[in-house]
Design a protein around this ligand. Sequence first.
Ligand code: HEM
Length: 465
Amino acid sequence: MPRAKQAEFQIGYVWMALATAIFGGFALAGHLAFLIGFNRPLGVGFASHIQIHGHLQLIGWAGLFIIGISLHFIPRLSSAPISQPHWIPRLLWLIGTGLAVRFISHSALPYFDDGLFFVLFSWIAAASGLLEWYGVLLYLSLIASTIFGISKANRKPPFLAVRPYFGMMMIGFLLYATIHAVLLLQMAWRGNVVVGQTWNEASIHIFIGLVLLPVAFGFSIRAFPLYLRLPVPDWAVQRVAYIYFVGLLCQIGEILPINPFYDVWVHIANVGMSLKAGSIIYLVWKLDILLHIQESSIAHRDLQSSSDHRQGRRTITDGSEFGRFAWHIYAAYGWLVLAALAEVLIGSFGLFQVRFAISSDVIQHTYLFGFVTNLIMGVSVRMVPGFLKKRRVASARLVDVTFWLVNIAVLGRVLLLLLPSALLEGAVVIGTIAQAAFGLSGTLGLLATVCLAINLWRTVYSISA
Ligand code: HEM
C-alpha cells in the first residue's frame, strides 16, 4: 500500500495567532497595564477585559501556535500522517471565528443595560465557546489518530519517549475548552458580564499545567538537540513526565471548587507544587539548555546528519541565518527556572505553615509571558522558515529587537509586584519607575509581537526558497 503523504505546514495558524495577539490579547494587555500602572480609572469593562485578555492569549496566541506546529511536527515525529488533512484549515476557522466572536461580544457586554442587546450579545458569547470547543474536538481527534492509531511497528522510540507530554496536552485542551464553553453558557444564563471566577482560575491552571508546559517540554526534548546542538536525551524522559503530572494533580486539587477534602488537600498541594516545580528544574538541568556542560553525543551528530539528509539541505548550519533566535530560548528557560524556583519555595515553606509571599499573578505571567512567549518567538523564527523551505529569516536585526522588547516587557510586568511594598513606599523614585515599567509593559509586549509578525511576513513573502 502506498504511504500516505504528510500534510503541508499551514501558515494560516501563525497569522491567526499573531493577529489575535496583536489586535486582541496584547492590545488588551497594553490597555490594562496602562490603566493600572498610571492610576487611571479602571472603567466598567475592566473585569471582562481581563478575562478576554487571558483567554485570547491562552487559546489565540499560545494555543493556535501549538496547534499549527503540532499538526506539522507530531505526524512527522511518529511517522503517521494526519488521516483527515482537509480538517486542518476547517478547525483553524472554527477556533479563529470563536475567538473573534468572543472578543467582540464579551467586550461589548458591560456597556449594555439589561435589555435585548445584552441578552443577544451574552448568547453570542456563549456560542463562541461552542465554536471553539468543536474546533478543539476536531484537533484532538486528528492528533489522537496520529498518536494512538499507528501500528506498533511504526512507533518510533523517539516519539514514544515524549508521548506522555502530548497525552497531557490532549487532556488539558479538552478540559479547558469544555470548562470554558460551560462557563460562557452559565454567564449568559445568569446575565453576568464575567464568567465564574473560581472555575475560570482552575481552567487557566489546567491549561498552563497540562497544555502549555508539557507541550513545550515534549517539543524541546525532541527538537532542541538538533537546533541548539544539545545532547540527545538519554535520561528517564517519561518518568519525569509522570512525576510532573502527579505533582500537578495534587496542586490543582486545591484550586478545584469541588474538592471535599480541602483542609487536608492544602498540605498535599504544597507537596505537589514542590514536586511539579522540582521536576521542571530537573528537566531543564537534563536538557542542559542553560549551562551547556554535558558533552554532545555521537548520536547527536548522527541525528543531525540524517535529518539534514531527509530535509535535503546542504548541512545544518550554525543557525546565524535565523538571527540570535537562541537568545529567546535561553531567556525562556531562564524565566521558567525562576518561576519553578518560586513554586518550590512556596510549596516547601507552605509545608511548615510559613507563607512565602510571591503573587500568583507574577508566577503565572513568568510562565506565560517569560517562558511561553519567548519560546514561541524563538521557535517561530527558527522553524517556520524551514517549514516553508526558506533558508533564512528576513531580518536578523529584527530578531534582536524583538528579543529586547519582549524581555524588558516581562521584567516590567513582574517587577512591580515583586518589590516589597515598604521599598515602593520608602523609595519614591524606585516606586515610580516600577509603576511606569508596569504601565508600559503591555505596549512593549505588543511592539515585540508586531516586530515578529513583520519579520515572519517578510520571510514568507519576500525571501526566495
Ligand atoms: C505585557 C504583557 C502582559 C500584560 C501587561 C498583562 C496584563 C495582565 C493583567 C493586568 C492581568 C490581570 C491580573 C489580575 O487580575 O490581577 C492579566 C491576567 C491574565 N493574563 Fe496577562 N498580561 C500580559 C501577557 C500575558 C500573556 C503573554 C499571557 C498568556 C500567554 C497572559 C495571560 C493572562 C491570563 C491567563 C490572565 C488571567 C485572566 C483571568 O483572570 O481570567 N498574559 N494579564
